[in-house]
Write a protein that binds this ligand. Structure first.
Ligand SMILES: Nc1ncnc2c1ncn2[C@@H]1O[C@H](COP(=O)(O)OP(=O)(O)O)[C@@H](O)[C@H]1O
Ligand SMILES: [Mg+2]
Length: 824
């Protein structure tokens, strides 16, 4: 509005005339004009309200002539000076002298202004200085104006906004790590092979996920939700209500299955360094939640605060998008809604954003209050969706849905990088002709002739092949297993020998559905393991498995692990404890039974793994290097335990580096070279076929030489005899060839015995080639490593044995005596 300040007597108030004069000058654009602060500062007055919009041009204020007309801008009040000739008030015509504008939004701004004006007046006359002390406070201490209802509403709005944003933000941030941790646990279970082992041991996928969720959910409720609600109640925030609980539960219902779906993207293949992958996975997942939260939810707050000009419906759209993208954002919106709705008395679980209700606060600007109905609905729908995805994905566990995509991406990236990368040396490939002997070929031909598994077959592998895709900047992938055809019969122990990387574990992985064969198929009990169905699933319930890398719940004790798996295997509850005790005893780990198995030594972990695999007497047992890192005495005990299963009618598939183990346990042995079987047969068959037959180590008597004095003697009986190694003139090892075919062992023995009596030979011993020699010979024959020298390697193998006892056991075992024996 307009207000006229009557100036009663022009003459009596020359100072007012001066003041009016300055304003008139200012209105006409004089740069020297004082702002009102200058006027009041002269009297040390602090403005209690921001009274003036005016200011000198160039000082950041608008010149008065540019101000909008008073009527168009309700916050601007206008103030007019009128000049009245002396002694003519109030009848004389009032001539407008000057006009001032001021901030009119405060209730007390007009009286404030008038006071200012008189203050200024007084100050300019020097009266304030001269005024009696009693008068001073009147001018100096103008109390702050009480807040208007609009201001109060505004303040409340801001407070509610901040409160409603910050509290749930911290809340959600803490909660977001929990599904992340579940992802960590699941992915590390996968990477360590524990998940696969659980599946093999008979834990159903549905059981796995249900128990997983029960565990995660109750953990979250117990360790997070209950304390949080207590905290809210103690702090007296509006969050302490049933609606909050509903929203949190809904969030848990959606965030966990989302985490589970994310974890299915990680491969089920056990590998080294899997825990690092799991950590990365959980971090990425938590980051995803937090990022979704920060980027979208915080952006919304910032936009509102900055007033960027997004309409309420834009903001609403952003919120919905955020809630769809991130369950954490949905929860945060829900909690924000709880606070806002409680503050403004709106039904929390209604839908949409409520602006109309705000009119009761007399707000000119509308404040939108989101309700929690939509975020809640979204969370529930997504929870259902993620569970559905999980079910679909897990039901087709074997199928790697992303394989075609991975292939295409690999092809493109290889095409893009091939020009700037030097060609890698192609890995040496071996063809079937190079390595396979006639036994292997015969086995293949037999299997091709009757591809259906024979009744006696426990396992049959038909043209099994596995090619891994190239990793990193590898030029080409690895053919881990190539065209493997072999059958393992019921009740037999089949030992798969081979160097590291020969493809043994991959073969086993395909048998156990850990890997999907690139081509070919694996049959167990005549059933194709790649097929789906209850019949195939139930196969695994009758199988035991020792994975190459220990898959143990590190926090559980050996006893707990065994109890768990024996229980899964169906050992009755009442005899469980006794059963477990017996197995701990048998596996030779009773001493460590009650320590967490994470603390076990490598050997003891293997023993526990073996006990887990064999408990419940499975019909088929698959052992991937069961005795790696186990001491020789314990290894023999292990053989006993495995032998017990075999004599009970079980079938054992074994991989090992340990020749002695293979010859002890293996009814049949297959030696693998670069993914192919090189030879196949019983240990004795292989020995006689590939072993050099018999050697005889001879120490000649003093003054005699083996070559000149003893060799002619032997050559008479065994024309093919030749010195294999000669350490000194008096000591040499002579290769005889195959007994019965090339020579007669009895004749040679008799002749050497006579030479001993005659004082030509001091001592002699005949040794038969062992499996180790066969192994090395196969490697040499297949061109795997032409530098292999049999004798040297036997010693190197002995030297490479890790413990003293192992070396002693190795040396003292007649079977494994190195070819190059110490002096007799
Ligand atoms: N998951 C995998 N991804 C890529 N290559 C693999 C994978 N697993 C094994 N390989 C490769 O396959 C070959 C055979 O490995 P493996 O079967 O573990 O050998 P073994 O058990 O006989 O020591 C090796 O060259 C190995 O690098
Ligand atoms: Mg292996």
């Amino acid at each position: 509005g307009r207000f006229a300040l009557p100036v009663v007597d022009h003459e009596v108030s020359p100072n007012l005339t001066a003041l009016v004069g300055t304003f008139q000058a200012w209105e006409s654009g004089s740069p020297t004009l004082p702002r009102v602060e200058d006027v009041t500062n002269a009297a040390s007055q602090k403005p209690c309200v921001d009274a003036w919009l005016i200011g000198a041009p160039g000082c950041g204020f608008k010149p008065i002539t540019e101000l909008p007309p008073a009527a168009a801008e309700p916050r601007v009040g206008a103030f007019e000076f009128v000049s009245v000739p002396a002694g003519q008030w109030p009848q004389a015509p009032q001539v407008p002298a000057t006009r001032m504008y001021f901030n009119n939004s405060d209730l007390y701004s007009l009286p404030g202004l008038v006071t200012y004006l008189y203050d200024g007046l007084l100050a300019s006359t020097g009266a304030a200085e001269a005024a009696a002390p009693a008068l001073r406070p009147k001018f100096k201490a103008f109390p702050p104006a009480p807040k208007t209802p609009e201001e109060l509403a505004e303040e409340r709005k801001v407070k509610a906004q901040i409160e409603s944003s910050m509290a749930p933000m911290l809340f959600v941030l803490a909660l977001m790590n929990m599904p992340g941790y579940a992802v960590f646990e699941i992915v590390s279970e996968k990477a360590t092979g524990l998940r696969h082992l659980q599946v093999l041991m008979g834990i159903r996928v549905s059981e796995y996920w249900c128990s997983r969720f029960c565990y995660d959910f109750s953990k979250a409720i117990l360790f997070y939700v209950v304390p949080a609600m207590v905290l809210f109640a103690a702090a007296g925030t509006v969050l302490a209500c049933a609606e909050t609980l509903v929203l949190i539960v809904a969030h848990l219902l959606v965030a966990y299955p989302l985490g589970y779906v994310v974890s299915t993207l990680f491969s089920n293949e056990a590998r080294e360094g899997g825990t690092a992958t799991a950590k990365a996975a959980s971090t990425v997942f938590s980051m995803f939640l937090m990022l979704g939260f920060f980027l979208v939810y915080m952006a919304e707050i910032i936009l509102t605060t900055l007033n960027v000009g997004l309409s309420p419906s834009d903001l609403q759209a952003i919120r919905i998008l955020a809630a769809i993208l991130s369950p954490a954002a949905a929860l945060a919106f829900g909690l924000r809604a709880v606070i806002m709705c409680k503050a403004f008395g709106i039904n929390i679980f209604s839908f949409g954003s409520v602006a109309a209700t705000m009119s009761q606060w007399g707000l000119e600007q509308q404040l939108n209050v989101d309700t929690a109905g939509l975020p809640l609905l979204l969370m529930l729908v997504e929870a259902f969706l993620f569970w559905a995805i999980l079910v679909v994905k897990e039901a087709r566990q074997m199928k790697n849905d992303f394989m075609p995509v991975v292939r295409v991406v690999n092809k493109i990236s290889r095409a893009l990088t091939s020009c700037c990368r030097r060609k890698g040396v192609a890995k040496k490939r071996v063809s079937a002709e190079d390595v396979e002997d006639e036994d292997v070929r015969r086995e293949r031909e037999q299997m091709e002739a009757s591809p259906m598994a024979a009744p006696g077959d426990a396992v049959s592998l038909l043209h099994l092949r596995k090619a891994f895709l190239p990793k990193g900047d590898e030029e080409e992938g690895t053919v881990a297993v190539a065209d493997l055809c072999v059958r393992m019969r019921r009740g037999e122990c089949f030992a798969l020998l081979g160097t590291n990387g020969a493809g043994k574990s991959t073969t086993i992985g395909m048998m156990l559905r850990h890997f999907r064969p690139t081509s070919g198929s694996a049959f167990i009990d005549g059933k194709d393991v790649a097929a789906s169905g209850a019949a195939v699933d139930s196969l695994y319930l009758q199988m035991g498995y020792v994975p190459q890398h220990n898959a143990l719940f590190e926090q559980l004790t050996g006893r707990e692990m065994l109890t768990f798996f024996a229980g899964v295997r169906g050992v009755p509850q009442r005899s469980l404890a006794e059963y477990v005790r017996k197995w701990l005893e048998m596996a030779d780990i009773a001493e460590y039974a009650d320590r967490p198995c994470g603390t076990y030594s490598g050997g003891n972990k293997r023993k526990l793994s073996l006990a887990i695999a064999l408990c419940g007497d499975p019909r088929i047992v698959v052992l991937d290097e069961p005795s790696a890192g186990v001491d020789p005495a314990a290894r023999r005990k292990m053989w006993g335990v495995v032998g017990r299963n075999l004599s009970g009618g079980g079938t054992v598939v074994l991989t090992t580096h340990h020749m002695e183990e293979a010859s002890h346990l293996g009814h049949r042995v297959g030696i693998m070279v670069r993914g192919r079987l090189a030879c196949l047969g019983s240990p004795l068959h292989l020995r006689s076929k590939y072993g050099g037959g018999y050697d005889v180590a001879i120490r000649a008597a003093a003054g005699k030489g083996v070559e000149e004095d003893v060799l002619p003697l032997i050559k008479g009986l065994c024309p093919g005899a030749s010195v294999r190694e000669q350490t000194t003139k008096a000591y040499a090892k002579v290769a005889l060839g195959h007994a019965g075919k090339d020579f007669s062992l009895v004749h040679v023995y008799t002749a050497l015995g006579k030479a001993k009596e005659d004082g030509v030979v001091e001592n002699f011993v005949a040794t038969q080639a062992d499996l180790e020699e066969v192994f090395l010979r196969i490697l040499r024959l297949s061109g795997e490593d032409p530098s292999i020298d049999l004798a040297e390697n036997a010693e190197a193998a002995a030297a490479a044995l890790t413990t003293f006892e192992e070396a002693v056991a190795y040396m003292s075992s007649p079977e494994d005596k190195p070819i190059h024996a110490p002096a007799l």
